[in-house]
Design a protein around this ligand. Structure first.
Ligand code: NA7
Length: 548
């Protein structure tokens, strides 16, 4: 006999809606995954925390947010008519255009009806008896599904500095990821920006001309290089559209699916004059060419890296008038390209403006946020607006913010306590029927991300088609396959200079507990090798997995 509580639970369970698949997140990955699962005829619901679709491009609406990948290399590649109809206005499009684009895709393919906005997933529990996931939203609603797909993004768990007094400030303050929907008027305002990563650089160079006063609080300078953005001419637009198949073919072959490919020469295999001329040329080229198309050893040989870093340091000294400020802006604790390279447009020249000031937090750390501004060990700074460009709990953070309970109730955070353990960066032992698109150990966080997203999603879709065709209701990777893949990922990173440097790429974040040990979070073997491995696994009937 059931008692009344149990009966109540059963009755509630009966109301729980069932979907074949639930996708968490309506960013680039979630949108495409929905599109593909529809083609399988599955019932799908996408839950999205935000009030609109677009993920990264919905949240990061700070002034200056834009691509560092060429726009036309970034858009979806799956539909020829979409490619031909959409006109990117600039080589590196700004956030409003990308948000418009993603909304256009959602409407064009009639995807909106399966996307539930303002719906934060807080927990997901595996039910072994029914072979189903139960997914729970913030306000208690529950849903069930056979397959659970996380499309929660590598940079979606924002983190604020751990300094006292943040709530005391009486002016406006926000993290760049939480930028308000309504535009901010900077006219006559005293503005602070904390953080000089890729985001901080974009904000600083955009806000500097608008504000009455701008103070940049820098803890670690980065090696920033020119973006060289410009509008796409009509002629270029025609050429881009005519060239899409060849361009996507090229992107399939480059390590990070960027339009730039490593130069096969070694730094010391050319004369000093040739080297200098090559680097001058790269400095004038748009986008990540300087990072991705440099000599083959710049990111692996410390001597090559030091020489190129000295080249970029010289550029900074040429561009910043005050030599003392220039020295502060030149990184001293890491070489070029070992952290994410911010792409800039007039960033260094900002520091030549009389109303812009650089505060070096290594010399004068922040003591607290006050009612009126920021107190460092040297002085009290007064502000109207404080912008926190302080980054993310990268790659694993979004997973930690949802309580995933797998087989026997085990938590994913516990399974990954000493670093991620995955198979193909797409699944983990103890979490059957769950697929982690753009998850840790995946090639996608070292990638021109939509290209790797499409690969991840296509692979997941094929797996679910296979399950559908063969009556499979449960799949899970094996301990051996997970251990092998995780070891392989570690081995691939060995010897790369970035592994010796603190940054979000190595999982370091001073603003959260337990993020002081460097970890290998990404597959470093390049997207082509990653794709080949995934294809091989599928061709072998999903080797390394148990399907039943
Ligand atoms: P990043 O690259 O992680 O940059 C965060 C910045 O904020 C960086 O300069 C940090 O200094 C600084 N920071 C973080 N916490 C503090 C505290 N407590 N005090 C002072 N300064 C702090 O994040 P972004 O948003 O710029 O970029 C993330 C990615 O998004 C980017 O790479 C693109 O791929 C898109 P630190 O370097 O840690 O000393």
């Amino acid at each position: 006999m059931l008692n009344t509580d149990e009966i109540a639970v059963r009755e509630r369970e009966a109301d729980v809606r069932h979907f074949d698949a639930i996708v968490i997140g309506a960013g680039i990955a979630g949108i495409y995954q929905l599109y593909r699962l529809r083609q399988l005829g599955l019932s799908v619901r996408v839950f999205e925390t935000g009030g609109g679709v677009g993920g990264t491009w919905y949240w990061n609406r700070y002034p200056g947010a834009r691509f560092d990948s060429e726009s036309y290399t970034y858009g979806y590649s799956f539909d020829e008519a979409l490619l031909q109809d959409w006109n990117w206005s600039e080589h590196f499009a700004a956030q409003p255009e990308t948000e418009r684009y993603l909304n256009h895709v959602v409407d064009r393919f009639d995807l909106r009806r399966d996307i539930q906005l303002n719906s934060r997933v807080v927990a997901a529990r595996w039910n072994e008896a029914d072979r189903l996931w139960q997914v729970e939203l913030e306000h208690g609603e529950r849903y069930r599904c056979r397959f659970l797909i996380t499309a929660i993004g590598p940079l979606s768990a924002d983190t604020l500095p751990r300094v006292p007094g943040r709530d005391d400030f009486r002016g406006l303050s926000f993290h760049t990821y939480r930028w308000p929907q309504e535009p901010i008027d900077f006219t006559g305002k005293r503005v602070a920006v904390i953080g000089t990563g890729a985001t901080g650089v974009q904000v600083i160079q955009t806000v500097a001309p608008l504000a009455a006063q701008l103070t940049v609080f820098q803890r670690t300078p980065n090696w920033c290089t020119p973006l060289h953005n410009r509008p796409i001419t009509d002629e270029e637009q025609r050429a881009i559209k005519a060239n899409y198949p060849a361009m996507f073919e090229l992107l399939r072959r480059t390590p990070g699916c960027y339009i730039h490919n490593t130069d096969p020469r070694g730094t010391f295999e050319v004369t000093a004059e040739e080297r200098e001329a090559f680097w001058e040329k790269l400095y004038k080229e748009p986008g990540f060419s300087i990072w991705m198309a440099n000599f083959r050893d710049v990111l692996t040989d410390p001597k090559a890296n030091a020489l190129f870093s000295a080249f970029v340091a010289r550029k900074i000294r040429e561009r910043v008038k005050d030599p003392a400020v220039a020295e502060k802006l030149i990184p001293k604790n890491h070489g070029f390209g070992t952290r994410r390279v911010p792409q800039e447009t007039g960033y260094y020249e900002v520091y030549n403006l009389p109303h812009v000031r650089l505060v070096d937090l290594r010399e004068t750390p922040i003591e607290r946020i006050t009612e009126t501004g920021i107190r460092t060990t040297a002085e009290d700074h007064a502000f109207d607006i404080i912008i926190y460009a302080t980054g993310f709990d990268a790659v694993t953070g979004a997973f930690d913010r949802i309580a995933f309970h797998g087989v026997d109730g085990g938590r994913l955070t516990e399974h990954w306590a000493d670093g991620p353990k995955t198979y193909l960066g797409l699944m983990s032992v103890g979490f059957p029927n769950m697929l982690t698109i753009v998850g840790p150990h995946n090639a996608s966080t070292r990638c021109n991300i939509p290209r790797c997203i499409e690969q991840n999603v296509d692979w997941v879709t094929d797996l679910l088609r296979h399950a559908q065709d063969n009556g499979i209701t449960r799949f899970e990777t094996t301990e051996a396959a997970e251990a092998d893949w995780s070891r392989h990922v570690e081995e691939l990173a060995a010897g790369l200079l970035y592994t010796q440097v603190d940054s979000w790429l190595t999982g370091i974040n001073t603003n959260i507990d337990g993020h002081t040990v460097r970890r290998v979070l990404q597959y470093q073997g390049g997207a082509p090798a990653y794709r080949a491995k995934c294809d091989e696994v599928a061709a072998q009937g999903y080797a390394g997995m148990v399907l039943r």
